[in-house]
Design a protein around this ligand. Structure first.
Ligand code: GLC
Length: 752
């Protein structure tokens, strides 16, 4: 990035401070007393944000003065110092330093000459990571030895991102997602930095290929770089990590309350090739008394992988199978890929071509690449009329009974090499290219799907996407793509879903059992134990891999599988409450311990356990052959869910964990709502609520509504305030009452 030079002058107008440097302009916007945007228009004078919708700035009192050549800005919570050459420092108003740009820029060794690079490459070495690379957009900030990093969406590896490097470039990765993978399917450039004292967040709102190096290049700094676009970042200055997540989701949106059945267990497989196979699976779950709400339809249900068509030969009349499954209590979710088959006479191709809805090459010819249907075109989802067209076509699936849509291959995937950067896409009316729109292709496809479903049905849309950008949580849930039946992938479940949660995606999950490769009975068992509290709970596997339904692995597996799926159904009202609160606060369902216990350094690198809300701690066994689990209990007392035994926190304990045991603890002084187990949501009305409680004082707010539509936003719901004192009597107060109440509310003590 070119040197900005010295500050020549600055002006203040409303909430913006415009700083004129010798070679550059910078604009500092005070959005709230805790959120400040820094915008250096090195590419365009506009922000062109795809993540943030609507005006987020609120009237905020702040001061700005020039002092010793620096511009000093102060809000009620933050101090910002802007100096020459874009030197920026953020501190809390009490002076506690937060972020400070690095005065010397980057310093690294290991420069590789072009000649050496070519030799190494000819020997098959990957040199992309060797030596220096400067970016057209760059921000380098000081790093203290104690700094820890979180967020960044679905990146592989561990919870704490310190000392690793990542890229934001949505990538379809069929290989095992080891910790050295820098980019997976999603680009969520939101970084949380936990300092010894205090924490801050940075959201880099730039959709071009970008890079984050968190002390790997040099432990004295971390840097952000991008190939193009503006330096456009939001500094979030909360007092806690919880507050940072709230601030970030204030900007990019929270995960909306889903329908209750979407929290049920779901079965999928790429390779259910006909209606008969689906019927068998559906019947078997009921026969074995394992609850299940959803059957997913992968690409086989389409006619020749043409989107919005139906394969009648193998799946019968459209609608027939969905009706039959509906009678057994199942919902159907169908996959829709963006790649539209090049095929004269196929309505999607004809309409898209006639109306100019597909992306073109730089010469204006419709661009084609290969995906499942063969030669395919790519809808230009950045344009509203293309989204409306695409959204409207979901009517066919909704009318035959599909209850949700699964969006896949939307990085976008392309089997014949990546789309060239100059393929023409649009951002609204503005013409641009693949380099800018790649990372938001899945974002806009999800928006098209969400808006389409919203228009066609009065139910809350259920969309699942593989690729996305910051802010996609407003439209879609996510799964972590093509994982594999490997212990390392099971281990990654905890950090990956926790970081997705802290990056705004409260509704996320992994393919239970692993998508690729063959699962073992033990791995499948441990996976269902670990995933039974993950927000999206779906067993999915790949064509060509061993089938993964629990009954194929013998009685022991079936019994344990049933135990954990049933446990999930018991806890449905707790998960639903967390989503209800999350829609308002932005906080996730599945949380790393560092989110609530950030002052305890022991929590900063915990990869093998997580919290569900604040009240439950889940510590699944994630290692082959292990029959004990080392569990860290944070401060306070904790009750063993299975035995009711009380344990003191701030210590590690060794818990017996034979194959059927996933250690779970409940926080002292808490209550959790539970339901009777049923086969699927809606089988029977939930007329009894059981409040599971630890001894002594506790309180809890519980939400109840029809679990399906938006009437709760018009006040059609109940909100209960439960409390219990030392007398162990449960008190119920109605905070809001406008829905059929439970017939019975029963108190259950965890220790009895
Ligand atoms: C992709 C998806 C996977 C799906 C397959 C076939 O690999 O990630 O979930 O089963 O395509 O549609």
């Amino acid at each position: 990035m070119k040197e900005a030079g010295k500050i020549l002058s600055y002006t203040v107008s409303e909430n913006k401070i415009r700083v004129q440097y010798e070679n550059q302009l910078a604009e500092i916007t005070v959005l709230r007393e805790d959120i400040v945007n820094v915008f250096v228009p090195c590419w365009s004078p506009e922000h062109y944000s795809k993540a943030i919708e609507g005006e987020k700035a609120v009237p905020t009192v702040f001061s700005s003065v020039m002092q010793d050549g620096n511009i000093m800005i102060e809000t009620a919570r933050l101090k910002v110092c802007i100096g020459d050459n874009l030197r920026i420092e953020f501190a809390k108003v009490d002076g506690t330093p937060l972020m400070k740009t690095c005065s010397g820029g980057r310093k690294f060794d290991g420069e590789v000459s072009e000649q050496i690079r070519q030799i190494l490459e000819s020997e098959g070495h990957d040199t992309s990571n060797m030596g220096a690379r400067h970016y057209s957009v760059e921000l380098v900030a000081e790093m203290d030895p104690c700094d820890d990093f979180y967020g960044l969406g679905d990146k592989s590896g561990f919870l704490n991102k310190k000392n690793y490097e990542y890229e934001n470039w949505n990538s379809d990765i069929p290989q095992a997602h080891n910790e050295d993978y820098r980019a997976l399917y999603k680009s969520i450039p939101f970084l949380i930095c936990k300092k010894k004292k205090g924490a801050y967040g940075l959201f880099f709102d730039n959709t071009f290929h970008s890079y984050l190096n968190l002390g790997k290049e040099n432990p004295q700094y971390f840097y952000y770089g991008a190939d193009n676009g503006n330096l456009d970042f939001y500094f979030l200055g909360g007092d806690t990590i919880v507050e940072l997540v709230q601030e970030y989701t204030y900007l990019t949106g929270t995960t909306p309350l889903p329908q209750l059945w979407t929290l049920g267990y779901q079965q999928s497989r790429w390779g259910y090739e006909n209606a008969g196979q689906i019927r068998e699976v559906a019947c078997k779950y009921r026969e074995l008394d394992i609850p299940c709400d959803v059957i997913h339809f992968d690409i086989d249900y389409m006619d020749g992988y043409r989107v919005f068509t139906w394969n009648e030969k193998d799946f019968g009349e459209p609608g027939e199978l969905f009706t039959e499954l509906g009678q057994q209590g199942y919902k159907a979710v169908t996959i829709i890929d963006p790649g539209t088959k090049v095929d004269e006479g196929y309505f999607m191709y004809d309409e898209g071509k006639k109306n100019g809805y597909f992306a073109t090459d730089a010469q204006g010819e419709i661009y084609a690449n290969e995906v499942w249907p063969g030669e395919s075109n790519y809808p230009d989802f950045g344009r509203k009329e293309v989204r409306d067209w695409w959204g409207e076509h979901h009517r066919f699936l909704v009318e035959i009974g599909a209850a949700g849509i699964w969006n896949d291959m939307n990085e976008p995937a392309s089997f014949r090499g990546e789309l060239p950067e100059d393929v023409v896409f649009h951002d609204g009316e503005r013409q641009t290219n693949h380099a800018e729109m790649h990372n938001v292709y899945g974002h806009y496809m999800s928006k098209a799907t969400f808006d389409g479903l919203r228009m066609i049905s009065d139910k809350r849309p259920f969309v699942i996407t593989r690729a996305c950008y910051a802010g996609t949580q407003k439209y879609s849930t996510v799964w972590t793509g093509d994982n594999q039946s490997l212990w390392s992938h099971l281990q990654m479940l905890v950090p990956q879903l926790c970081n997705l949660g802290m990056s705004g995606f409260a509704f996320c999950g992994t393919d239970v059992g692993g998508f690729g490769a063959d699962v073992t009975p033990e791995l499948l068992t441990r996976w269902v134990e670990a995933a039974c509290f993950s927000p999206l709970f779906r067993n999915h596997s790949s064509k060509g891999s061993k089938r993964q339904e629990p009954w194929l692995f013998g009685n022991e597996v079936v019994n344990i599988y049933r135990k954990y799926v049933k446990l999930r159904y018991q806890f449905l009202p707790y998960l639903y409450d967390l989503f209800y609160q999350g829609e308002k606060t932005g906080l996730p369902v599945m949380r790393p311990l560092v989110l609530h216990y950030e002052d305890d350094p022991e929590t900063h690198n915990l990869n093998g356990e997580f919290l569900v809300g604040e009240n439950l701690l889940v510590a699944p066994v994630l290692e082959q052959g292990a029959t004990q689990k080392m569990v860290y209990l944070p401060e306070g007392d904790w009750y063993d869910y299975w035995t009711g035994e009380k344990k003191s926190g701030s210590q590690y304990i060794l818990r017996d964990a034979p194959l059927d045991m996933c250690p779970i603890y409940m926080k002292a002084g808490s209550m959790i709502p539970t339901y009777d187990v049923i086969n699927y949501v809606g089988e029977k009305p939930y007329d009894t609520l059981y409040m599971l409680a630890t001894p002594g004082a506790a309180s809890y707010e519980h939400f109840q509504d029809n679990g399906e539509d938006y009437s709760y936003r018009e006040g059609v719901y109940n909100l209960y305030a439960f409390s219990k004192g030392a007398d162990e009597k449960l008190e119920t107060k109605m905070i809001h009452e406008n829905y059929k109440k439970y017939d019975r509310i029963v108190l259950r003590r965890i220790d009895k």
